[in-house]
Design a protein around this ligand. Sequence first.
Ligand code: KG4
Ligand code: ZN
Length: 361
Amino acid sequence: MESPTKHSRQMFSSKCGNNEKSCVLGIETSCDDTAAAVMVDGTLKSSIISSQPDHVLFGGVVPELASRAHDRLLVPVVESALREAGVSIHDLTGIAVTRGPGLIGSLMVGVSFAKALAAGLGIPLVGVHHLDGHVDSLLLGDTHPEPPTLILVVSGGHTQLMHVDESGTRTLLGKTRDDAAGEAFDKVAAILGLDYPGGPVIDRLAAHGDPSFHAFPRTRLSGYDWSFSGIKTSVLYHLNSMDESVRATYLEEHLEDLCASFQEAIVDMLTAPVARAMKETGTHSVGLVGGVSANSRLRARMGHTTDLLGGHLYVPDLLFSMDNAAMIALSGSLKLARGEQDSLSMTAHPSLSMDLHEAGQ
Ligand code: KG4
Ligand code: ZN
């Protein structure tokens, strides 16, 4: 697996120079966002995301509905991405698609489409690991971390901290043992009667609340691992300890305070191990990626913590925090520029693992 340094734009540009114009279509359908993007010679030309509102009614992603929506939306989304980029389908020199992890039905729509398009146009196909896409989203900004660096991936499906050394070797320092951080936001939002996805809603409400209103537990595990299932249960028990009528008034009066208190606990739990890893590994640069990296309090607190320790925090533009195809087009472009490609027998992989060393090995 390549490090951010190996993925640097500079190297990318030199590989794609010499009249070998690169025009890569990125496709992302791993969950409930149908997305396509076009990258020409390392420059992002378009990024289209169609979110699926149907899931709000069910309080979470319904896999069957997600696959059907991708099936319906993917062609128009790709057409929009090509149109906005000002390129024709025949200008494409490669197709990059999220291969996994994710919902199998959703992934299969994107992967099957990408394979058919690559076969029809006779151009290379490359599968991208969804989390590599998130890590590479840092390269879509003006500045990005150089190894050695720590990267914290916080999304709806994953929470993991890795260290990237000077040679580009990535070591997994810690991960969640149960729920992902984004999953905790979504589940607690459901308990509080808020819409899905819960993260942005809680973030918005928390801005007007008191983070010290209620002390939800900060679960600490050995090493750098996390557990977020306890805090969700704690919110549930806290509300269930009241009579129904009292609870309704309490929620009405203190919804913003509860959101702020819950969010503060999650932010504490995410920030403390990163600070410890900075000290223990002597690493000063930190990248924060994945949907939860859009959280305003997490960005502020993590930025403050890294500053205090004499380091620097890198976060993607908000547009590229959540699932998008720009990060897939970029990851895929880099792989293609290195001569990597997949065969048309490539399949979607719902639990695709990342190429990481385990700490201590
Ligand atoms: O990376 P992402 O778009 O999809 C996955 O790969 O899972 O992350 C989605 C997750 C959801 O759980 C969503 O609630 C969370 O990111 N999220 C947030 C915020 N925006 C999105 N969580 C906290 N605060 C936010 N502002
Ligand atoms: Zn994601």
